[in-house]
Ligand binder design. Sequence first.
Ligand SMILES: NC(=O)c1ccc[n+]([C@@H]2O[C@H](COP(=O)([O-])OP(=O)(O)OC[C@H]3O[C@@H](n4cnc5c(N)ncnc54)[C@H](O)[C@@H]3O)[C@@H](O)[C@H]2O)c1
Ligand SMILES: N[C@H](CO)Cc1c[nH]c[nH+]1
Length: 437
Amino acid sequence: MPVTLNTTDPEFERRFAELLSAKREDSVDVNDAVAAIIADLRARGDAVLCELTSKFDRLDLTPDRLRFTADEIAEETAKVSPEDRSALALAAERIRAYHARQMPENVSWTDPEGATLGWRWSPVSAAGLYVPGGQAAYPSSVLMNAIPARVAGVERLMICVPTPDGVINPLVLLAAQISGVDEIYRIGGAQAVAAMAYGTETVRPVDKITGPGNAFVAAAKRQVFGHVGIDMIAGPSEVLVIAEGAQNPDWLAMDLLAQAEHDADAQSILITTDTALGHAVAGAVDRILPTLPRAEIAGASWRDYGTIIFVRNLDEAAALSNRIAPEHLELCVDDPEALAGKCIHAGAIFLGAHTPEAVGDYVSGPNHVLPTARSARFSSGLSVLDFLKRTTLARLTPGALAAIGPTAIRLANAEGLQAHGASVDLRLAELNERTGE
Ligand SMILES: NC(=O)c1ccc[n+]([C@@H]2O[C@H](COP(=O)([O-])OP(=O)(O)OC[C@H]3O[C@@H](n4cnc5c(N)ncnc54)[C@H](O)[C@@H]3O)[C@@H](O)[C@H]2O)c1
Ligand SMILES: N[C@H](CO)Cc1c[nH]c[nH+]1
């Protein structure tokens, strides 16, 4: 049974606060375990990758087998059916078209004083893409990471993907090939993130790590941030469905279960103005759940984190949604555009009953690597911008230096930074000498 809340309940605020503070991916246990893995990896490199791959993925490796060879990739990708190939190709094309539009322009202008100013975008040199693989395989996540990186112009792209029991989904390798990935390693979890950040004897480190993963992966990305860049915290999946009126309860139940089946730590929430609809959806989840192959995972997620919230109106729903800041927000209401305007904190919004979240996981075009655990309050889904840096540019003419230099000298002196002021003053003195002033 999911938790049921009602905004008319005097206890609502306390219970909603409990929901917001539920620690699905940020527990002390996970953080401590991850810190120990990172420290060990930094001390012992490849040996740790091999030991932990054996422990967590039940795969015995030697350092020379950490990376997929070209022959292994060719052998696996040859197994993909023509139908799956075309599905992957269509998804890749739509994701590329969407992300190409995100490429920003360099900007430059000359101001009235004669200073030419601007900024220039350039890609990171090397990016490491984490592709989850513990409980499911994610070829779609390969496309969602690698295509924006390629659009941005990243030179070197590597992937880490765990292969439990040594099994790789061939579509993962094909997706990597389609999107131009250079290196693929069969490692996962915090140790893979640490290897991409710090390097080992076999794994060359990167400058930026992106991609989703479970609680261990999310914690590892948090901990290596600063040594390398990261995109965001993209942990266990979440969906918030806001529904009113005559919606099909089975459709909504399936949307909730679609995210629940990712991970026992995933979270699915329904907010509704309609009591009968809320109960019908709960009943539909109970009926459908046992029929799913991943019933155990989805059932644990729904039992531990599933929630139904009854509200008085859609304004209340929008306000609660903004406090939850969900990864995915589905608006199954009569006027989804109007409601979307009020929902400002969400990773991705799906408008209307015919836009199931799952279409965004694969093929609509926008990225499916999205901020979780309320981080959509301050971060966004993966984009081309995550693989770019902005460098500012300035060039002053002698006239421009004469115009604004004295202000720099004044402020430098006010800060007590003599050399700063003098570096301007020396040039101005020479200019004054030349012009005889
Ligand atoms: N937010 C997003 O954009 C997004 C997108 C896709 C998937 N996801 C999420 O990615 C996650 C995928 O999780 P997964 O488990 O299938 O694959 P995963 O690759 O993220 O994690 C598997 C790895 O976790 C490590 N691990 C497992 N148990 C451990 C333990 N007890 N101690 C230390 N390390 C341990 C192992 O190294 C293992 O290889 C799901 O939570 C899913 O919801 C999120
Ligand atoms: N729903 C996930 C993001 O949380 C992405 C995904 C990949 N495959 C299926 N779904």
